[in-house]
Design a binder for this molecule. Structure first.
Ligand SMILES: [Zn+2]
Length: 262
């Protein structure tokens, strides 16, 4: 088993053509021909997840968020992004990032959230022109019927094991058409309003996006960036384990949400 076998599976699962133009996806660091035995998924490569990868002899990290994201000019331990890259490269750890390709995939993060909240026949909010599979970014669709907002919020909290979430009321007590944009999804608000959604679920949004949502009558539910995506890298570890029984695959155990409610 080599790194390339895993890359091939990931590229079929989350085709790289689905990634946004600004993104940095696919095999970002490493050697496709190298043997692979231990694979760790995580949301982000941080000092904690990089240490875990090195300590547990990981051959390949599948990190949702890319590292590096921006071009790197020096690979030294002087600053954080390049120090993590140096540490991982020195330990022979390859890095694959599916990021926005995973957000938008047929069985990707936004589709998973749409299924969790009961959206029927979810469609992309921003379809890719002439895409053969009809895919694109974000999702939206109708719930099975009108749902009382309070009931929806309680079910959402239960589904994502949250005690709290942030809510911007669009002014209605019931909702029926919901948009999904995992992570920082504020840029999808206009699209959601345009297709007639009365609610949108995302990870995080700026204050001004919240004001905009209120003005447009779209109820915004903010799960937290980590909560809106971390479950999906846990699921991805299970998918990889099913596909490659000879690999050890696990979601990082040392990763946690840097944001806490106190
Ligand atoms: Zn994200």
């Amino acid at each position: 088993m080599i790194i390339q076998n895993v890359c091939q599976f990931l590229e079929t699962f989350a085709p790289l053509r689905l990634a946004e133009d600004w993104d940095n996806v696919g095999l970002i660091a490493g050697d496709r021909q190298r043997q692979v035995k231990n694979v760790m998924t995580c949301l982000t490569i941080t000092p904690e997840t990089a240490d875990e990868a090195v300590a547990k002899n990981v051959d390949l990290i599948v990190s949702h968020h890319p590292l590096p994201f921006r071009p790197v000019k020096k690979l030294t331990t002087d600053i954080v992004p390049s120090a993590l890259l140096w540490k991982l490269a020195s330990a022979g750890v390859s890095i694959y990032s599916p990021h926005t390709a995973f957000d938008s995939a047929a069985a990707g993060i936004n589709k998973m959230i749409a299924d969790k909240v009961g959206i029927v026949n979810a469609k992309p909010l921003v379809p890719i022109v002439d895409d053969e599979a009809g895919l694109g970014a974000g999702r939206y669709g109708r719930l099975a019927g009108n749902v009382v907002l309070d009931d929806f919020v309680n079910a959402l909290k239960k589904e994502f094991s949250l005690n709290h979430l942030q809510l911007v009321s669009g002014g209605r007590d019931e909702i029926s058409k919901v948009a999904i944009a995992c992570g920082s999804g504020g840029s999808f608000l206009d699209k959601a309003a345009h297709v007639g959604c009365d609610a949108m679920i995302t990870g995080e949004a700026t204050f001004h996006t919240c004001l905009d949502a209120k003005a447009k009558g779209v109820t915004l539910m903010l799960l937290g960036h980590y909560t809106s995506e971390r479950f999906a890298v846990e699921q991805l570890a299970m998918n990889l384990k099913e596909e490659f029984s000879e690999l050890n695959v696990w979601p990082s155990t040392d990763e946690c949400d840097p944001v806490v409610v106190v």
